[in-house]
Structure formats: C-alpha cells, structure tokens
Design a protein around this ligand. Structure first.
Ligand SMILES: [Zn+2]
Ligand SMILES: [Zn+2]
Length: 332
C-alpha cells in the first residue's frame, strides 16, 4: 500500500513490546511504548519526535532511560503521552539522576508530557536547563480521542482496562500523495525541493489559488496555482491506518472501545500473551488471548493482524499463538 509511514516492532514477539513508525520522507519517527530499546541504533532513536506510552508497567517503560541518554544534549523537544499518573512517573524517572551540570547546555532537551484522562489532558514541561523541574502545568480538553493532529496525520488514543487505565493508539495518515513522475517530465517541470513545498501546501490545506514558484531551468522560473498543479501532477489516495493495543482485558465494554479505536486499520498490532485455552488466566491478568485478539480484529474489519507480546511461558508455542489468532480473525 502507498504510505509515508513504515511501522515495525522493536523486538521479537517474546521480547519487550514497542513499535516504531518511521516517516519515509523525513528523518522522523513515532514511538509506541518504550520496552527494551537495545535493538535500535542511536541514529534511529534520534528520529523520534513523539512517544506514546500505553502504561508504565516496567516492560513498557524501561527504555525511557535509554532514550533519554541518547537524546540528552541534542537540543530536541520530545513529546510524551501516557495514562493517568504519567507526569508523576516521568518526574520520578528524571528525579533518579543528578542534573547539576545540565544547565551548562543551552538547549539540551525538553520533554513535553501529556497525561490522558477521560475528560481532559494534563500537560507539563520538563527542561534540562531547569534541571528537569516540572513547569508550565496546564489542562486542555480531550476531544474525540485526538492526541496529535498534524497536516498529514492524527494519533488517537482510547483509555482501555488493564486493572489500571492503559492506552490503545491509532495512527491515521490523512491522505497519501504521489507525484506523477511521468507527468513531471511531460510538462517539462524539473524535479527538486519545490515538490516538497507542493506537498506541504496540500497537507496544510492551502487554497487552490495559492501560487507556487517552479524553477524552470537557467534563471527562469514560473508560477503556477496549487489547483493547477494538483490536477496535473498529484495522485491522492487514502492514507494508512496503523493501530497498537497491548495489555488489556477482554470484556464487552472494553472490546467495544478497542473495536472503535482500531476499526478498518490497515495493520493492527495487538497483544496476545496467552493461548486460546487460557481465557481464565487472561481475565485474571487483564490480558488478551490469541483468539480474543483475532475476534477483535475481525469485528473491527482490520486488513492485517500482527500479534505480539507473547508470554515467556509460550516460548515454544509462538506459532500456535499466531495460528489461533489468525483462525479467529479469518473465520467466516
Ligand atoms: Zn506488558
Ligand atoms: Zn501491563
């Protein structure tokens, strides 16, 4: 499928959970959960702009220190999202280190932290130059589950049950634009950075009358309207939807929330720690079984199911977990 986003799990399905979504046209990535990050190169970690944490059980948050170590001193602002009590969790992590030299760096790193509640978002900043003291605490409305809404995509969250609140996430690419290379040549337009500008204008919803400068060879350039260029050069197709759900219980109310969140995803990453026969265990631990993951995927009409976060007890039964999930998913 055409998409600017490429998702991958950060570990094998028995390892700590986490998913990275890379932007194919930018040096940028979104990270879902921070399990053990040792399999990811520093260069990849430096691309992360936003981190979405389902909940702060240790297997989902142990990578925070690793990420901080890599981004510290790089002048980045990183956005983190998590459930109830998340700001306290982040503050606690940061309080575990000594920062007396941090103010020597002019802009070493800033964390913009958002805590998701049913009726509101609580935000706070932690800046290295302030030795990571909490600042700028404020509240914003939480509307339609939207955490991030940028030109090209949104990230939504649903609050799910895991004996504690646990967030499920869905990333929606709004549209996908392809420049028709054949038309480019036909019309005598040169390739180049103006094409990025063209895409940016479309993402930002600029009006069709907006004029773009096109370089047309030696010392000449021409102006064309955005509407004209869209018609001549751009193919618009629906974007990709990628969803991520871990550590949650199977009951009617919770299932409805998950189905609503992940509906019609192109790819649905779903936990499946337990075998189909372990329903009682799943209920007790507030986790899904393989079959339940499959049922949810089927009801939500997703295109592809990718189960992971298998229990360590099933090291030698991973194929069975995949098979059971796939059977429930494909069942007519
Ligand atoms: Zn877990
Ligand atoms: Zn958990």
């Amino acid at each position: 499928m055409n998409s600017d986003f490429s998702p991958k799990l950060i570990n094998n399905p028995l390892g700590d959970p986490g998913m990275m979504v890379e932007f194919l046209r930018e040096q940028r990535a979104l990270q879902f959960d921070l399990g053990d990050l040792s399999s990811i190169a520093n260069g990849e970690l430096l691309k992360i702009s936003h981190v979405f944490i389902s909940h702060t059980h240790i297997d989902h948050f142990i990578g925070f220190d690793h990420l901080l170590r890599v981004i510290f001193g790089r002048g980045k602002t990183i956005h983190l999202y998590g459930p109830e009590n998340f700001i306290t969790n982040v503050a606690g992590k940061l309080a575990g280190f000594t920062w007396n030299l941090a103010d020597r760096y002019s802009e070493s790193v800033t964390m913009e932290v958002t805590e998701v509640h049913a009726d509101r978002l609580i935000k706070a900043k932690f800046k290295a130059i302030d030795r990571f003291r909490k600042s700028d605490e404020r509240e914003e409305p939480f509307i339609d589950g939207v955490l991030v809404d940028e030109g090209g995509f949104t990230v939504r969250a649903a609050i799910l049950e895991h004996r504690i609140p646990c967030l499920g996430f869905a990333l929606n690419e709004k549209y996908h634009f392809n420049i028709r290379k054949d038309r480019l040549e036909e019309m005598g337009y040169p390739p180049g950075s103006w094409l990025n500008e063209l895409k940016k204008c479309i993402y930002e919803g600029k009006p069709d009358e907006y004029l773009l400068q096109i370089p047309a060879g030696k010392n000449r350039s021409q102006q064309k309207s955005l509407g004209h260029l869209k018609k001549e050069l751009v193919l618009i197709s629906p974007g990709q939807k990628i969803s991520y759900v871990v550590d949650t219980v199977y009951n009617e109310a919770n299932k409805t929330r998950i189905v609503d969140l992940v509906r019609e995803s192109d790819i649905f990453f779903c936990e499946s720690p337990f075998l189909a026969e372990e329903e009682a265990r799943g209920l007790e631990r507030h986790h899904l079984t393989s079959r339940q993951a499959g049922i949810i995927a089927r009801e939500a009409g997703v295109k592809k199911l990718n189960v992971f976060h298998f229990s360590g007890r099933h090291t030698f039964r991973t194929e069975q977990l995949v098979q059971e999930a796939e059977e429930a998913f494909r069942k007519k």
